[in-house]
Write a protein that binds this ligand. Structure first.
Ligand code: AMP
Length: 588
């Protein structure tokens, strides 16, 4: 099968990379592609929006499937033109792409179908828009109706700023036709996340959650870019939020389009704002995000071509998606100065060494060749993407690869995925580890290490049932309120810690007896395990292995309502099997 991928950025490189892995595919073309894509596909010099040129190429070269990356090509009607000629194409038609092409359409569509979104009003008259702004609370958001390469949204802190945005869009026409109508909407607070799914117009098949970093500088400062990095999964999108988004956003969107006579087929992307468990839709896109596609496609284990075929044939209900449970991170390396002007044609070094790091893939966005050298040719140049057994490892690997790559004035953010890591480092801990003395720490580290490897946020503290009983009681009484779901208590000698905690909380408590006396921990084991009826403590074995098992047990409890964690635990068990088999091979 011959596949044509349309586009030239990091997203398209990731698509080409993934499509190439399909056993059904014999050849991949990319139009126009870039210097990195050339390694995985034959690049043809046709612009992504040159629908006629692409159609001619597809017909002449017997292309079986065309996959569209950028919104500009979809807005130009590429899917309609190909379908009319009987060619198979993955991407929504021009009408369906209205969800991204027109913010006015998207907002009014959301209102019609009760999809949660910020309150808004539409204007085609600058004076009326400004009068409206005067009556609103600040900050407020002004959006140009049409496509403006991510620059048509202004979050205005003051009324003056908002009015300036109105003038630049409507009076000065900075975005041309795209600004002839505008949306003014209330400003939402919270954390953003991307929810991306395949749909054939009936079934919605979600990919894992992801989060991108739009601002150019660290701590989300500075002007917005196309995206400076992304990672998957986004911990802010819990299982409950996923269920909510499917029920209240994705399915109503696809069914709503169908009810309005539009079959939406392709990728549907909802940009979400999540605040204290409440979800609002900021925008819809009708294609993969860039850079979200890079970490997402790296986690996709299923054959992408099969999924795309099922979308085109409207048989998505028969597809089960397979996802690598390990997290992925993409760090975008950009030309210094981006999103403003930058110097191009600087030699890039170190890519091969970086690509040799296990678990790392380097997707090209703005690269070309000059005199045989790889050079930067766009604002965003490379998407250095890595997988790890936990998010921390993925981040470390990605930056280890980034460190090896260089060109004059290259720029990248150093804090990609740090929000998620912060959350895991105890920002909102789910497991509380408490121990009777700091001397128990070397043992209890076996528990914390396992929680880290499973990306489970935890906290750790010292409190003694006999010497600081008030602290222990307070800890137990307040743990649930702070979001703790399981408590692990490690103590030696007459170990009453776990029991005292269990008598002051309804949370599950796991006791770890520690060897700290001439009785070698048997005293601790007996005093932990022997609890009166009605005050349960789950007791593990003595010492390090007990501490580790306490964490594994806690993880299994948490996995009851966390599918991603459940899959990570499956991998952990598979690793154990491999280790034992290797030991057996060594002996044999
Ligand atoms: P959009 O293209 O509509 O997603 O807007 C681009 C970016 O502007 C979003 O990713 C947000 O960071 C920000 N934004 C858009 N709408 C709002 C809103 N109502 N409140 C706060 N920020 C917003």
């Amino acid at each position: 099968m011959k596949v044509l991928v349309v586009g030239s950025g990091g997203r398209e490189h990731a698509l080409v990379w993934k499509i190439r892995q399909s056993k059904k595919v014999e050849k991949v073309y990319c139009a126009p592609g870039n210097a990195g894509i050339k390694k995985n596909a034959q690049c043809v010099d046709i612009a992504a929006t040159d629908v006629k040129g692409l159609l001619k190429f597809a017909k002449e070269n017997g292309i079986h499937l065309t996959v569209v990356g950028p919104e500009s090509a979809l807005a130009a009607g590429i899917a309609d033109a190909f379908a009319k000629e009987g060619l198979r194409i993955f991407g929504p038609d021009q009408e369906a792409a209205m969800l991204e092409r027109s913010k006015v359409f998207a907002k009014e569509f959301m209102a019609r179908h009760k999809i949660p979104t910020a309150e808004f009003k539409v204007f085609s008259d600058a004076k009326k828009a400004k009068r409206y702004i005067d009556k609103q609370e600040m900050p407020i958001v002004v959006k140009a109706d049409g496509l403006a390469a991510g620059k048509g949204v202004i979050v205005a802190a003051t009324a003056d700023e908002a009015k300036q945005a109105v003038d630049s869009m409507m009076t000065d026409q900075d975005f041309g036709e795209a600004g002839s109508k505008i949306v003014i909407e209330s400003c939402l607070e919270g954390e953003e996340a991307s929810f991306i799914a395949f749909t054939d117009g009936k079934t919605v098949l979600p990919m894992p959650s992801s989060q991108d970093h739009k601002a150019v500088f660290e701590d989300d400062k500075g002007p917005n870019t196309g995206g400076m990095g992304a990672y998957s999964p986004a911990p802010v999108v819990t299982d409950q939020i996923t269920d909510y988004v499917m029920e209240k956003v994705m399915l109503p969107a696809v069914k709503g389009m169908a009810a309005e006579g539009i079959t939406y087929k392709g990728v549907l992307y909802a940009g979400l704002m999540i605040h204290r468990g409440r979800v609002n839709v900021l925008e819809f896109n009708c294609r993969f995000g860039d850079p979200e596609a890079q970490p997402l496609l790296m986690r996709l284990k299923s054959d992408l071509v099969d999924i795309m075929a099922a979308v085109i044939d409207e048989q998505l209900e028969q597809v089960k998606i397979k996802i690598d449970p390990r997290p992925t991170v993409c760090v975008v390396m950009a030309s210094g100065g981006y999103p403003g002007g930058f110097e191009a044609e600087k030699n890039i070094t170190g890519i091969q060494a970086a690509g040799r790091i296990p678990g790392v893939e380097i997707f090209h966005a703005g690269t070309s060749r000059k005199n045989g050298h790889l050079v930067n040719s766009g604002g965003r140049v490379l998407g250095v993407t890595a997988v790890g057994k936990n998010l921390g490892e993925a981040v470390k690997r990605a930056y280890r690869a980034v460190d090896k790559i260089h060109w004059s004035k290259c720029y990248y953010r150093n804090d990609i995925a740090h929000k998620a890591l912060g959350r895991m480092r105890g920002f909102s801990p789910m497991v509380g580890i408490i121990m009777g003395s700091d001397s128990d720490l070397p043992i209890m580290k076996a528990a914390s290490s396992f929680l880290i490897s499973m990306d489970i946020p935890y906290e750790i503290t010292v409190a003694s049932a006999h010497r600081t009983p008030d602290k222990v009681m307070k800890y137990a009484a307040e743990a649930r309120e702070r979001g703790i779901r399981v408590i692990i208590a490690g103590a030696g000698m007459s170990a009453h810690l776990a029991g005292v905690i269990a008598s002051h909380t309804d949370l599950p408590v796991i006791g770890v007896p520690i060897d700290a006396s001439p009785l070698n921990g048997l005293d601790a084991l007996l005093s932990t395990v022997q609890m009166p009826p009605g005050v349960p403590v789950a007791t593990m074995g003595i010492g390090r292995s007990g501490a580790k098992n306490a964490a594994v047990f806690a993880a299994r409890m948490l996995a009851a309502d966390d599918k991603e964690l459940e899959q990570r635990l499956v991998l952990f068990r598979e690793d154990m099997v491999r280790e034992v088999e290797e030991k057996s091979r060594n002996i044999e």
